[in-house]
Design a protein around this ligand. Sequence first.
Ligand SMILES: Cc1cc2nc3c(=O)[nH]c(=O)nc-3n(C[C@H](O)[C@H](O)[C@H](O)COP(=O)(O)OP(=O)(O)OC[C@H]3O[C@@H](n4cnc5c(N)ncnc54)[C@H](O)[C@@H]3O)c2cc1C
Length: 609
Amino acid sequence: MVTVLHSRASLTCATVSGRIRVPSNSLNVGIVGGGIAGLYAALLLQIHGHRVRVFEGTDRVGGRVYTHYFTQEQDQYFEAGAMRLPQSDFQQYTFDLINWVKQFEGLTIPSDRRVELIEYRLSDPGNRLFINGVKGDGASIMSTTPASIQWNVPTGYENKSAKDLLGEAIGDFIEALQQDFETGFEALLKFDNYSFRYYLVDVMGWPTEVIDFVETVTSQTNQFALSVPEMVMQNIDFATEKWFTIKYGMNRLPAALSWLLGEDNITYGARVTGVQNTDDGEVTITAIGNNGRIDATFDKVILAIPPAALKMIADRPRWGTDKELAIRSIHFEALYKMGLRFKTRFWERVEPNPTSGGQSTTDLPIRWIVYPSNGIGEDGPGVLLVYAWMTDATTWLPLSPAERRSLALFCLSQMYDGEVDSLTGVPVDVYDLLIGTADAVWSARTSTGDAMFLPGQWLTRFEPARRSEGNIFFAGEHLSYHHTWIAGACESAHNAVCDMIGDVPPLRPIPFFFRDHDQQPFEHGRLSATVPPTEEELDHGAPLLLGSRGDDVTPKVSYQFTPHEPLFKSGRGWSQSNQNSAAAFPLHMGGDSHRTIGCEFTTLAGPAI
Ligand SMILES: Cc1cc2nc3c(=O)[nH]c(=O)nc-3n(C[C@H](O)[C@H](O)[C@H](O)COP(=O)(O)OP(=O)(O)OC[C@H]3O[C@@H](n4cnc5c(N)ncnc54)[C@H](O)[C@@H]3O)c2cc1C
């Protein structure tokens, strides 16, 4: 006999992929928006036995997670939306979600929806800088000094690097946040009514030329008009050392989530235009669907859409003044990305500064060139992207697609002027090398960009925007402390679900620690199901036959698993696989956070099943 111990006492109760044993208090929840926040909330509710239906206004899930594939050949894509994941404590939600998804791999998720993390290179020695007409080293962008790019500043500042200057201005805030986020953020909020620019003038005493220098080198035009907490948080995230992206494209994440949720639970092409409370406490949703008008009634609804989209749902209750102000005013910054597909990955071959990943910085309209971290060193065509934020992004909007392409190529030709492909000996001609382009003007889409608060908005808009209104709840990256990131979308969805059904743990794999008679841990983590449990077994807690994965130190063992209470499961089906290998058994102990479902493991004789 062995016992199973949960590493976190709160993660108890059992759910697994496949069917739902609906608890007696099961809710019927409508979710507006099939971005990460909407999908996360839907899955979290579903594994707790609630019924969900997601309304997505477009024909795809993912929202601002959006990979554009030029062709289906390997690495011929660019990330038009989210592209990189910093591995820090602040971003744990994303990595937990990915690890949660990965538990189902090999069993239920089709191979073209699996999520595999690969290294993302934030910078590379070959990255360039081209600012103020001066070319230089973009790899150590933070070490740029005003003198090195002939930027006129008052005496005494010429040789101060952007890093030193920013360190003096916000180093203490960052340290405080790293020590204790809540206390650190509290201290930061004292400066919420200041724009970062005003803070630098008033508190730090910086001359305007110095502020302009730092903003140009490290950020984008007019970003320092945002609130102090916003800019400090941005700096803390970009100070992360280890970064990842998803192999074959970030799209894989929402694709896996929608698979686990069950496509039947998503209504595509359904733009919600109305949300109303009924007299008997329910909530109705009206949408314009592919087949005309949709009307549906739910116990509760989550609006997992950006404020700009919510504002345009005019047929809804008028909430308090503070809420309405928040919906109307929360500031989103414009974002612009263009992917350019070339006949070669010339940037990896030019002399004297070949570039493998990372990004170059310029004050030309393209602002950043981001080199792909996927497919480095491959022969054949490759895709890079140009990326602009804030005012630098807005200015792309009025141009036609042809004008945008022409402008981007002109800027790239300036960056690579006079450089030679080391393989062919031919000067780089971006016009000749171009195969095609695609772009995303986010300010022209429903989100309008990403949340970046103006001065005072943390203090006055954040809490009212998050507050639930009766049976209507709110989610979306803008409602989290880590907005502008996928992690923020997850955090907001987790908060909304907890607000609705009580505290439940976030989506993360639940580590099991199995101990044998001598209480020696001998297996950690996953088990493989050899035979899918029957309906009866699930409902009556009958023994299940499982096989351990085994590894170098752990023999493959068969177990009989006898839960003391019935299990229920949700999402997709059980593995039919007999393989006793790395395939994960999608058994979760989650759900009711206040009690533990006991179970017994009996070690059966013999090796792997
Ligand atoms: C260019 C860009 C780069 C980014 N880079 C990164 C990055 O590198 N790393 C990172 O972690 N994050 C990044 N982000 C941020 C990240 O993508 C977002 O924080 C996150 O995806 C937001 O998820 P969400 O669910 O809150 O909103 P969204 O993704 O906007 O989802 C909302 C969904 O609601 C739908 N919708 C809107 N209105 C309606 C309606 N009326 N009816 C029905 N459906 C509706 C939309 O179509 C959309 O699918 C980036 C974002 C952008 C745009």
